[in-house]
Design a protein around this ligand. Sequence first.
Ligand SMILES: Cc1cc2nc3c(=O)[nH]c(=O)nc-3n(C[C@H](O)[C@H](O)[C@H](O)COP(=O)(O)OP(=O)(O)OC[C@H]3O[C@@H](n4cnc5c(N)ncnc54)[C@H](O)[C@@H]3O)c2cc1C
Length: 443
Amino acid sequence: MEKIRVIGAGLAGSEAAIYLAKKGYNVDLFEMRPKYQTGAHTTDYPAEFVCSNSLGSLDILSASGLLKQEAIELGSTLFPTAIKNKVPSGNSLSIDRFGFCKEIKEIINSLSNITTINEKYEKIDTSIPTIIATGPLSAKELAQNIKEEFGENDFHFYDAIAPIIEKDSIDFTKAFYASRWDKGNADFINCPMNKEEYENFYNILINAQRAPLKEFEASYFEGCMPIEVMASRGIDTLRFGPMKPVGLFDKRIETQFKKNQFYAVVQLRQDDKMANLYNLVGFQTNLKWGEQKKLIQSIPSLENATITRYGVMHANTFINSPKILNKHLQTKKYANLFFAGQITGVEGYCESISTGLFAAINIDRHLKNKPLISLNNETMLGALIDYITFEEHKKFQPINANWGITKEVEGDKRKLKDKKYKNELRSKRAMDEIEKIKNIIGE
Ligand SMILES: Cc1cc2nc3c(=O)[nH]c(=O)nc-3n(C[C@H](O)[C@H](O)[C@H](O)COP(=O)(O)OP(=O)(O)OC[C@H]3O[C@@H](n4cnc5c(N)ncnc54)[C@H](O)[C@@H]3O)c2cc1C
């Protein structure tokens, strides 16, 4: 069987390599870690989750849940493995990150036709079919080579990581377990604040020093904005964002139901299977580490918090997909070369995994001389690819799964005002299309 190269054993690359190995190809999987580090990965495992351990909703009536379900139907290995490694977090899929990537490593090791090559891949060789999935922190040499090959300017934006703390260091006389509006299990730890405490926190935050940014000016992805940037937009921005108190009740306190008990709430989400570690939800930050400690310890119930990982910010590289890629994730210039994952301008874990799978499906078809697959924009994966390959973008920016990129549903306008009804229609038509594609792939 023919040899295929997959570059980068991250989320997209691992998904692609496993799919192709199961199809019988000899896969050379290039991964530069542990010899060279990205600055965000901390292990030498494949498919490492570099920040949050959450993959978002599992509900098929949500954009992210639909994307997962589509990929599962099309043959994903990573999503079912993530579900096996789920930790409690209400309706969403959060995982034990080490359990997950250890299992992915075992799967890769069990496939004797995958050879992992721990080298930095620096120069594209189009004589061998290749999927490049080197992610947002692609090594500079390869990024430079891509630039030379495709004659495009680099694109960058900044992304930020939230701190993680030890559960044992939380003061539970003040903190309490609850999910918003009591939905699902009480999986989140909530640290409530009154007005005075919030104002104190806010003052520390807006006066805190930020770590200097290097090389180029920061332009933030709105979905991953650092708290200090959010706070600079106004004193109440955080109270209407990640610190919103609505629907969070400490049942130990007598109160009238549906009335806000608190002025602001910091939520903590379980980060490991043992439930020893918790990350601060929405607290991506680029503050200097000493300032982060001061800020976190100003939060009532976290006065003695032990911080096991501080927030950091990093550059995020992506190619100009609208010019470089077609709807099969194949480069327009070289039929043997595909891109997948965050480097294509999709944003997020689920999006990276799904595009890894899609590029693998298509490189397999390309090598078998079968027509390549494209998905319509009624599916979430199809809509994402449609978006990143849309040639008319004025300024191409990364995108994550959302309903706005999918085709409008038609029908009774009055009925469509009901969001649940509308999403049921959207999910059904998407899964019908996936079923058709699945049959084509299986032929
Ligand atoms: C710091 C940070 C925090 C993030 N936080 C979140 C989050 O909380 N939630 C979310 O949904 N998304 C987050 N993202 C975005 C994105 O979902 C992840 O980066 C995701 O891991 C991307 O998957 P990928 O497969 O494209 O790249 P990666 O998972 O990064 O995999 C790329 C792999 O390629 C390797 N590599 C790079 N260059 C070379 C080379 N030249 N040769 C060989 N190997 C190479 C790297 O070592 C890495 O293992 C974050 C990204 C970063 C960088």
